[in-house]
Design a protein around this ligand. Structure first.
Ligand code: HEC
Ligand code: HEC
Length: 229
């Protein structure tokens, strides 16, 4: 009799156990939901921080004081003076032919991207040092990897306003670098940039000293790349 009563309550017990089990699962699932919620909140927060960073990079004015914006813009005007100087512009022309002399005349001998492609390397005449270093006065200037910027990324300095130069340097599709740190690296280490201050012959040097140019570049990059208006 006793056993039968126990057995008869068995399904009841089973039900209670089953309910308890589902309750635990439900709580656990709710927990999962909480975790999912929390994760989603984390993702949202991270995305919002990311978009804030993107906003700041796209429009650095947002996080800079007016004085810092002005310092960045002034630094870029100095940079532009250098880029427009014959020592830099002669290799960064609007067309596909380099320019030469302080008057930035078209290069003699019909030298261009085409002549390089036809097999006449710039380095045939432009060696790793200025010709004075070989004892030849007034000959071709020289520095390692002498050449024009690639056709698909011409980096034009000729006929550009400071504002256009600034936008060009910031645009990865036009400058070939992912961030402005690479621009600063180029300015600090590129042999062709260094050559601008040791151009040989009676060629003038850019209007800023090399140290002033690097410093202006650093200020501009640290401003996140504010452009003059
Ligand atoms: C002999 C030609 C030549 C001269 C002179 C020259 N450049 Fe360039 N420049 C290049 C080439 C080629 C590139 C493409 C990248 C490379 O090959 O280094 C380039 C790329 C650049 C870039 C883009 C690289 C980056 O990551 O932002 C800057 C900026 C630049 N030059 C600045 C200058 C400045 C400033 C001067 C003058 C002080 C100068 N260049 C003089 C040939 C020249
Ligand atoms: C056949 C020889 C020869 C070849 C090839 C040649 N050059 Fe020149 N280049 C010269 C001579 C010589 C000068 C110096 C003339 C002068 O004093 O301006 C010169 C001057 C220059 C200057 C002027 C530098 C300055 O700021 O005054 C630039 C820039 C230049 N060459 C770029 C190039 C590039 C880029 C190539 C390849 C596409 C190239 N050259 C190919 C002979 C050559």
């Amino acid at each position: 009799m006793e056993t039968i009563r126990r057995l008869s309550t068995f399904p009841g017990l089973l039900l209670v156990v089953a309910l308890a089990f589902f309750a635990v699962v439900a709580v656990a699932e709710e927990g999962d939901d909480d975790i999912a919620d929390a994760t989603q909140q984390g993702v949202d927060a991270a995305e919002s921080v990311e978009s804030q960073i993107a906003d700041t990079v796209e429009s650095p004015e947002k996080r800079l004081t007016p004085e810092e914006v002005e310092a960045g813009q002034e630094a870029f005007l100095d940079i532009a003076e250098v880029l427009k100087s014959p020592r830099c512009m002669n290799c960064h022309p609007a067309g596909n032919k380099p320019l030469q002399t302080d008057e930035s005349r078209p290069h003699a001998l019909a030298v261009s991207h085409e002549s390089t492609e036809a097999g006449l390397e710039c380095a045939t005449c432009h060696r790793e040092q200025n010709s004075e270093a070989w004892g030849v006065e007034g000959g071709p200037p020289g520095a390692p990897h002498w050449g024009l910027p690639p056709r698909d990324m011409p980096m034009v300095f000729e006929g550009r306003t400071p504002q256009q130069l600034c936008e060009q340097l910031k645009d990865p599709t036009m400058s070939g670098h992912e961030d402005l740190g690479e621009f600063l690296h180029h300015v600090k280490h590129d042999k062709l940039v260094h050559w601008g201050w040791e151009p040989g012959g009676d060629r003038t040097t850019p209007p800023l000293s090399y140290e002033e140019f690097v410093e202006a570049s650093r200020i501009w990059v640290e401003s996140g790349g504010v452009c003059p208006e």
